[in-house]
Design a protein around this ligand. Structure first.
Ligand SMILES: [Zn+2]
Length: 124
């Protein structure tokens, strides 16, 4: 399951941050998932639960947000692709430039980004 390896990277990154700040625990994390990562939200939530067990992240709230991917085309267009609704059976969507209709390459939406971590730090 791809989600497990992605989520363990995310959890590792958050624990690193939390330890730098001597956090007692993490309450909430916000993660942005690119549209083209092909990661399942349910699977990510499940993976988070499993991986965060017995860590600073145990019982933390997971805020998952899907962000739209962006494309870049030879005609100079840069932005969101047309929805690839006519190709529902492809596992990788073929992206069409909304301006000229040509094939375009993706420049965003293939990554997972940790946006925000809310943690409990000891009183100074
Ligand atoms: Zn174009």
């Amino acid at each position: 399951m791809h989600e497990i390896s992605v989520m363990s990277e995310i959890v590792k990154g958050i624990i690193d941050e939390a330890q730098k700040r001597n956090a007692l625990r993490v309450e909430r994390v916000s993660v942005e998932i690119g549209e083209y990562t092909m990661l399942g939200e349910e699977q990510l939530r499940f993976a988070f639960k499993v991986i965060s067990k017995d860590t600073l992240l145990e019982n933390a709230e997971l805020d998952l947000r899907t962000v739209a991917g962006t494309i870049e085309c030879e005609c100079g267009f840069k932005g969101e692709a047309s929805p690839a609704s006519d190709t529902p059976h492809r596992s990788v969507p073929v992206l069409e430039c909304p301006k000229c209709g040509g094939g375009a390459r993706t420049v965003g939406g293939r990554e997972c980004v940790i946006r925000d971590i809310r943690m409990v730090v000891p009183d100074v």
